[in-house]
Design a protein around this ligand. Structure first.
Ligand code: GLN
Ligand code: ZN
Length: 761
């Protein structure tokens, strides 16, 4: 009877770590205070897993910031600019790498596979000298042991670490990161030796890059790495853990032939082919860590279905070699359902957060061993059945409407250049029109107003009055700045997805369902549990109010279906695309209502479209197809003179540029200034783009105020590759996180730059 957890959330059930970190960073509490909160969290997690009966309990999955950064610290791979001079890496150096300090900016951060978690990207060059500089793994192992819990220390595997790194600045592109393998293995050996000496009998290496499309020399690195570690690992049981997709057949073969590995962890939730691979050849005598409990979602497991899958697997790998596990670290799900007091009993019975998933894993392991907790299983079966048949989940009309979408492409009848002409007649914009992305600074006062309205402390009338004043202020400011296409500033929204989710049917909101996004930052994704519909208009009231305040065009502002989907916990009882189509239909109704209300420019944000791109190339075309289709559904019904904008955030667009074109928006504003104008290179290489396009002219993530010259320079660069009549001038993204004293001069300079160039054309 064996159960295993790949990893566990660090933040705590009430985001205790977040508050401790931020208070430490603000110098309101000491390092000792922070360490105490962290130790308490770790201890309660270990004890919780131990008392649930989990056999393989992870340690070293806690982190003050990020597990990749922890590995960088372990290897002493500190970039020289942080001035670290050796010795054990402390908070100073660690948090400087994570967050920057007064004189040096932070290391780059990027998304962890296709999750919303972000890791700190190691920067490695040929000169780097590695040294064992953080004993965190061993300290955590001993700490748990002292509490009476024997854990499985978890390390980011050496090959994934290197494959997820980037060459340091100034190092030529041809530099092979994998050439550093021989240099990091000695450190891994030291760590392993210490863990062994401290009494560890199992050790887990996370090698999630194995699920990607790797080249053969990259795959060979796994063989090289683990045979290099073989002598160090002797006498230890080794798990190599993979997650987020199945392991491609070639990689599976290489992985399962690693001699020093005792057990292999696979994601059986997302790994569509894994079962076939295991059936067709799992090495005898090795352990299978079967990830049947979903670490990426909040749904209660279908225990009966999992049990039957596990029994099949038992037939293949043998009774004593099967370990029940989670599909990936529980880091990517919410922490504990006990703190959810707002949910009704039925909805709650459909859910499982990390703490509940631990119990599920263990109950499956017990059932396999013949100690099935009948009451627990039948309760679970009843919840599964109620979810299947609940009228809260199913809305026949929505199902029908979504099914009727098939067979049509949903394209606007007229082509984009004719539409732009028609729109220009109505809008009469100057060349290089200026605009912003939607939100204006969210002041403390604004947040207070929204909070008090929600808590019914102020009346609807007072609330409307306050928001109206704010919109008026933002409109007047934009007129003063002489911006061409205005926004209302989004003062009524705390979040671009939550705002819509709260007004759509089929969504639920947790009180504490936080998931770490990066560092101390967490997000609380809405839960889509049922068919999605729009009971009534969501934005028309505010948008028409804003339009009535100005003669200039006011953009209606919506979040697109793909972004709503990608930033929510999505139902697992129908394919993602079906849910997306349903949301698209709801947004379509909103678009048409805005048009009827006289809004001539409507922006439908698809900030997260690139984010949802599947990890495996073979699945990407299908995703892009339905994602782009969903976007088109929202606006295929408007007249030619209604101008549809979309906006996309920082991401790599180059490989999806054809899909972006296929969205067929009239204008796209797109983040650009942090990616070294990589975006423009696509156009330089000859991709034809006929619609309006506004690559951001300055970075809104920084408080820095860009000068007119600098912005003009950027615009001129863009004009070298883009036609004058399609270029728009706008910031990178919304201004919500900035202060007015930053926004005003920055926009002033932006408009001045546009005007200056107009006179030169
Ligand atoms: N319209 C949104 C805003 O300006 C877009 C935000 C985003 O792209 N993340 O805030
Ligand atoms: Zn953005």
């Amino acid at each position: 009877m064996a159960s295993h957890i790949v990893g566990y959330p660090r933040m705590g059930p009430k985001r205790e770590l977040k508050f401790a970190l931020e208070s430490f960073w603000d110098k309101k509490s000491s390092a000792e205070d922070l360490k105490k909160v962290a130790a308490d969290l770790r201890s309660s997690i270990w004890k919780q897993m131990a008392s649930a009966g989990i056999k393989y309990i992870p340690s070293n999955t806690f982190s003050y910031y990020d597990q990749m950064l922890d590995t960088t610290a372990m290897l002493g791979a500190v970039p020289p600019r942080y001035g670290w001079t050796g010795g054990e890496i402390g908070f100073d150096t660690y948090f400087s790498m994570a967050r920057g300090n007064a004189s040096v900016p932070a290391m780059e951060m990027t998304k962890w596979f296709d999750t919303n978690y972000h890791f700190i990207v190691p920067e490695l060059g040929p000169e780097i000298k590695f040294s064992y500089a953080s004993h965190k793994a061993i300290d955590e192992y001993k700490e748990a042991k002292a509490l009476g819990v024997d854990t499985v220390p978890v390390l980011v595997g050496p090959v994934s670490y290197l494959l997820l790194s980037k060459p340091a600045k100034g190092v030529e592109k041809s530099f092979s990161l994998l050439s550093l393998l021989d240099k990091i293995l000695p450190i891994y050996k030291e760590v392993v030796a210490e863990l062994k000496a401290a009494g560890a009998s199992w050790i887990q290496f996370d090698e999630p890059t194995l699920v990607k499309d790797l080249e053969s020399h990259q795959l060979q690195a796994f063989t090289a790495a683990y045979s290099g570690l073989e002598s160090a690992l002797s006498g230890l049981n080794v798990i190599v853990e993979t997650y987020f997709a199945d392991v491609p057949a070639e990689a599976f073969k290489i992985l399962t032939s690693l001699k020093c590995v005792t057990g292999f962890g696979f994601d059986l939730v997302r790994g569509a082919q894994t079962l076939d691979l295991i059936t067709s050849g799992f090495p005898s005598g090795k352990y299978l860590f079967a990830g049947v409990v979903d670490g990426r979602n909040i749904w209660a497991n279908d225990l009966a279905a999992s049990l039957s899958l596990l029994q099949t697997l038992e037939g293949i790998v043998g009774k004593d070699k099967l370990v029940v596990s989670t599909s990936c670290s529980l880091l990517h799900t919410a922490v504990d359902l006990v703190n959810e007091t707002k949910f009704d009993k039925e909805l709650k019975s459909w859910l499982a957060f990390a703490a509940q998933k631990v119990i599920e894993v263990n109950s499956l392991a017990k059932a396999l061993a013949g100690h099935k907790d009948e009451a627990f299983f039948s309760e679970n079966a009843a919840a599964q059945a109620s979810r299947k048949s609940s009228p809260r989940v199913t809305n026949e009309a929505v199902q029908k409407a979504a099914a009727a979408l098939r067979g049509s492409d949903h394209r606007r009848a007229t082509n984009v250049s004719a539409r732009l002409d028609a729109q220009q007649k109505k809008l009469n914009l100057p060349i290089l029109p200026t605009t912003t992305i939607g939100s204006f600074p969210q002041t403390i006062e604004l947040r207070r107003v929204r909070r008090e309205y929600k808590a019914k402390k102020i009346s609807e009338e007072e609330y409307v009055k306050a928001i109206k004043e704010e919109i008026n202020k933002v409109v007047k400011l934009q007129e003063e700045l002489d911006i061409d296409v205005l926004v209302h500033g989004e003062p009524e929204r705390n979040d671009m997805v939550e705002y819509f989710g709260e007004q759509l049917s089929g969504f639920a909101f947790s009180a504490n369902g936080w998931v770490q996004s990066y560092g101390s930052r967490c997000v609380k994704p809405p839960i889509i549990f049922g068919d999605v519909s729009r009971p009534k208009a969501m934005t028309v009231f505010w948008s028409s109010m804003a339009q009535s305040m100005t003669a200039r065009p006011m953009k209606g502002m919506l979040t697109g279906p793909v972004t709503i989907l990608n930033w929510s916990f999505v139902r697992n009882d129908q394919p993602r695309f079906e849910t997306c189509y349903q949301i698209a239909l709801a947004i379509k109704d909103e678009v048409e209502d805005l048009e009827k209300a006289g809004i001539n420019v409507i922006q439908i944000d698809e900030a997260a479209l690139r984010e949802g791109l599947p990890l495996r190339k073979s699945e990407q075309a299908f995703y892009l197809d339905w994602a782009v289709h969903s976007f088109r559904i929202t606006n295929c019904g408007v007249t030619d003179t209604t101008q549809i904008h979309t906006h996309m955030c920082y991401s790599n667009f180059n490989d999806i540029i054809h899909s972006i074109i296929d969205m067929d928006a009239d204008v796209i504003t797109i983040e650009n200034s942090r990616s070294d104008e990589k975006l423009l290179s696509v156009f330089r290489e000859g991709v034809k783009y006929g619609a309006g396009i506004g690559p951001g002219v300055y970075d809104i993530h920084s408080p820095r105020i860009p000068s007119t010259e600098e912005i003009a320079d950027r615009i001129n660069k863009m004009l070298q590759v883009l036609e004058t009549n399609i270029l728009w001038v706008n910031p990178d993204c919304g201004l919500k996180t900035r202060k007015y004293h930053e926004v005003k001069p920055a926009l002033l300079n932006m408009v001045a730059a546009a005007k200056q160039i107009r006179t030169q054309l």
